[in-house]
Design a protein around this ligand. Structure first.
Ligand code: PEP
Ligand code: MN
Length: 253
C-alpha cells in the first residue's frame, strides 16, 4: 500500500516540540525526585524514567516495576510534570497507561505488533523507537499499526541502528530525519544517548539532530550520572544538559 493511502500518510503537521530528559531507570523516590527538581529548574516538563527495563542481560537491574509507577504517580502529584516511560507488555499498557503521559515503545519491541495494537487503543502519546536494524519503511509500518487502532498521537524516535563499529553503541542515522519528513508529517525526535552509548558525544549529536530538523530530543541525564542504575556510561550531567537545552531553546524551543 502507498503511504498516501495509509493513515500516517494523512496525519497533519504539528508544531509541537519535545525536550525529554531524565534517567534511564531509577532506584528510589529520592533519586528521581532530585532529578525532577533539577530538570524543572531548566524548564523541562517531560521527564523520562524507565520502570520496566528491557535489559540485554536478565541479570541486570530490570527497573522498579509497579513500585516505580507509584513513585511516578507521587511525583506527578507533587510537581507539574509529565512522565515518559516504556511499557513492554500488553498487561502493563492496560494497567498503567492512565498513570503516565507518554508511552515509549522501545527499539526491541518495534516489531511487537500485538503491543503496538494495544498502545494504539490508548489515548496517550506514543514514542515509537526505531528498531535497531529496522528500515525506515518497517518503522513507518509499525507506526501505521498504532494509528490503525485509532491513536494518531505518534512520535517517532531515531535511536541509532546497529553496525560493525564498536567505538559507539549504534550509529545515529541522522539521514532518517529529512527522509521521514519527505514522506509524512509525523514528528521525529532523536535519542543520542542510546545511539552513541557514550556521554562525551551526546551534546554534539543532540545539536546535530536539531540542525537536521528533529522535532525534539530524548536524552538520558542524572544529577549523579555515575550512580545511575542503568546506562550510566551514556548518561549526561545536568551541566551538559543545560548546554543542550540552551541550543534547543535558541533553535526550536
Ligand atoms: C531506553 O530508552 O532506555 C531504551 C532501552 O532504549 P532503546 O529501546 O532505544 O534501546
Ligand atoms: Mn537506557
Amino acid at each position: 500500500m502507498n503511504l498516501t493511502e495509509m493513515i500516517i500518510g494523512n496525519i497533519k503537521k504539528s508544531q509541537e516540540k519535545y525536550f525529554i530528559s531524565g534517567p534511564c531507570s531509577f532506584g528510589s523516590y529520592e533519586e528521581l525526585r532530585d532529578i525532577v527538581i533539577e530538570l524543572k529548574k531548566l524548564g523541562i516538563s517531560y521527564i523520562r524514567a524507565g520502570v520496566f527495563k528491557p535489559r540485554s542481560s536478565p541479570y541486570s537491574f530490570q527497573g522498579l516495576g509497579e513500585q516505580g509507577i507509584k513513585i511516578i504517580q507521587k511525583l506527578k502529584n507533587e510537581f507539574d510534570i509529565k512522565f515518559v516511560t516504556e511499557f513492554t507488555s500488553i498487561e502493563q499498557v492496560k494497567k498503567y497507561s492512565k498513570y503516565i503521559d507518554i508511552i515509549q515503545i522501545g527499539s526491541r519491541n518495534m516489531y511487537n505488533y500485538e503491543l503496538l495494537k494495544s498502545v494504539g487503543r490508548t489515548t496517550n502519546k506514543i514514542i515509537l523507537k526505531r528498531g535497531m536494524s529496522a528500515t525506515v519503511e518497517e518503522w513507518l509500518l509499525s507506526a501505521e499499526y498504532i494509528a490503525k487502532e485509532g491513536n494518531k498521537n505518534i512520535i517517532l524516535c531515531e535511536r541509532g541502528i546497529r553496525s560493525f563499529d564498536k567505538e559507539t553503541r549504534n550509529v545515529l542515522d541522522l539521514q532518517s530525519i529529512p527522509v521521514i519528513k519527505s514522506m509524512c508529517n509525523l514528528p521525529i525526535i532523536v535519542d543520542p544517548s542510546h545511539a552513541s552509548g557514550r556521554r562525551d558525544i551526546v551534546e554534539i549529536m543532540s545539536k546535530a539532530s536539531i540542525v537536521c530538523g528533529a522535532d525534539g530530543l530524548l536524552i538520558e541525564s542524572h544529577t549523579n550520572s555515575d550512580i545511575s542504575k542503568s546506562d550510566a556510561c551514556q548518561t549526561i550531567s545536568i551541566k551538559t544538559l543545560v548546554n543542550i537545552k540552551n541550543f534547543y531553546d535558541q533553535k526550536i524551543g
